[in-house]
Structure formats: structure tokens, C-alpha cells
Ligand binder design. Sequence first.
Ligand SMILES: [Zn+2]
Length: 101
Amino acid sequence: MLILRCPVCGVDACETELAPGGEAHLERFGPGSSDEAFEGYLFVRANPKGVHLERWRHAMGCGKWFLAARDTATMEVLGTYGAQTEAPPADIQSKIEEASR
Ligand SMILES: [Zn+2]
């Protein structure tokens, strides 16, 4: 069972309390962008075997969105962090680099 710590309220929530939101840190494209860029924003997603940065919502708790770094092959959670960040914090980034070796 997947358990993620919500960085907003601090609760260790199991997957039944969470709602997945897909890939994190997507670059948004809207009106005025090329058709190719807009199509990529809407439909193209990474599906790695290894570390993946994901959006999650603590649906049965505080209701807030947060981000998680998780290894899709081992289900190891490398950390969770706030949704308002543009990249994982340094401590999680170093765990990602170790897991990617
Ligand atoms: Zn929460």
C-alpha cells in the first residue's frame, strides 16, 4: 500500500485517502502557443520506470494538493513537498540522484 505524508497537515495518508493528479512540474501552454506545444501539454506525459514526480491531493484529509517523488519500480517514496514549488527541495533532490544511479 502506498503511504504518502501530506506536507500540509503532516498526516501519513494511505492511497485510499489520496487522489492522484498526474505528472508534476508540467510547463503550461495556452492560447498563442504552437499546436505542437499545446498538444504536448494536454496529452504527452512521462511514464518512467524509476523516479517520477507526481501531483497528489489529500482528498480525504485537508484537501490540499502536494507533490511527491516516488520510484515507480520499487514504490519507494523519496519525499513529499509543497505544490507551490518549481522543483523538489535539496534533500529530496539528493535522494532522487542516489536512486537514479
Ligand atoms: Zn493533508
